[in-house]
Ligand binder design. Structure first.
Ligand code: HPA
Length: 242
């Protein structure tokens, strides 16, 4: 079973959702929403990390509850969808990126399941699962979508970055910037869930474009990319079954 965690880039997987589990409550507090299943998608469970009404800001998301509830819904791997800003000058709005690494700039988020009763230091050298990434790349090439590798820099938000912060992130090796991959990716690793993501570039990162960053402009890019993003995920869900 594949858990798809969507957000700004993808609010749902289809029509007529049914609850995959009864409640959003977990031992770590409430998840963003109740994970859903969709008719015709037998191997998928979907969760919108910003909540059903898209009201949860990135720094206020209960990532522990979200990852835990996905595991408890029977999921054995997670594909995450992210809206991001493009740092690399080669990236344009509407491009898709398959992150192969990340740098975490977040702070103060509840970021681990580890504790005195659960002593662990997980290996995180490769945050994104190679097998899932390969299947995503294969799915993209089957439907004729370009998917380039990249390094995801995760910032705290909810404000966007300063131009100097983006220049620093570029020096750090980041090619895209978003606010939600961490601690999600690390928590999935702690629960033993292979994790990979697809980024949709919705704006040039701060200082890289001509205009100031406006949510409405980003939402337009998201709306235009929905059919392609859904096709990519449906292709992926079919391919993992084979
Ligand atoms: N910065 C951080 N997060 C984002 C951006 C950005 O420019 N665009 C979409 N999510």
């Amino acid at each position: 079973m594949i858990g798809v965690i969507g957000g700004t880039g993808l609010a749902t997987l289809g029509e007529q959702p049914e609850h995959a589990i009864e409640s959003a409550d977990t031992p770590f507090g409430r998840a963003s929403d109740v994970p859903c299943r969709f008719p015709g998608l037998p191997n998928a469970v979907f969760l919108n990390r910003h909540g059903g009404r898209h009201t949860l800001l990135p720094h206020l998301i209960n990532y522990r509850a979200n990852v835990w509830i996905m595991k408890n819904s029977g999921v054995d791997a997670i594909i995450a969808v992210f809206a991001v800003g493009g740092i690399a000058r080669s990236l344009a709005d509407g491009d898709f990126v398959l992150p192969d690494q990340l740098v975490d700039y977040t702070w103060s988020r509840e970021h681990t399941f580890a504790g005195p009763d659960n002593f662990q230091h997980v290996d995180f050298s490769e945050p994104f699962d190679a097998g899932l990434r390969q299947t995503l790349a294969d799915s993209a090439s089957r439907i004729g979508v370009d998917l380039c590798d990249g390094v995801y820099g995760c910032t705290q938000g909810p404000r966007f970055e300063s131009a100097a912060e983006i220049s620093r992130m570029e020096r750090d090796g980041c090619t895209v910037v978003g606010m939600t991959a961490m601690p999600e990716a690390a928590l999935a690793r702690e629960l033993g869930l292979p994790y990979a993501g697809v980024c949709l570039v919705v704006n040039p990162a701060a200082g890289r474009g001509f205009a100031s960053l406006e949510l409405a402009d980003m939402q337009k890019v998201v709306a235009d990319a929905q059919p392609t993003l859904r096709r990519l995920l449906l292709e992926f869900l079919q391919l993992v079954e084979q």
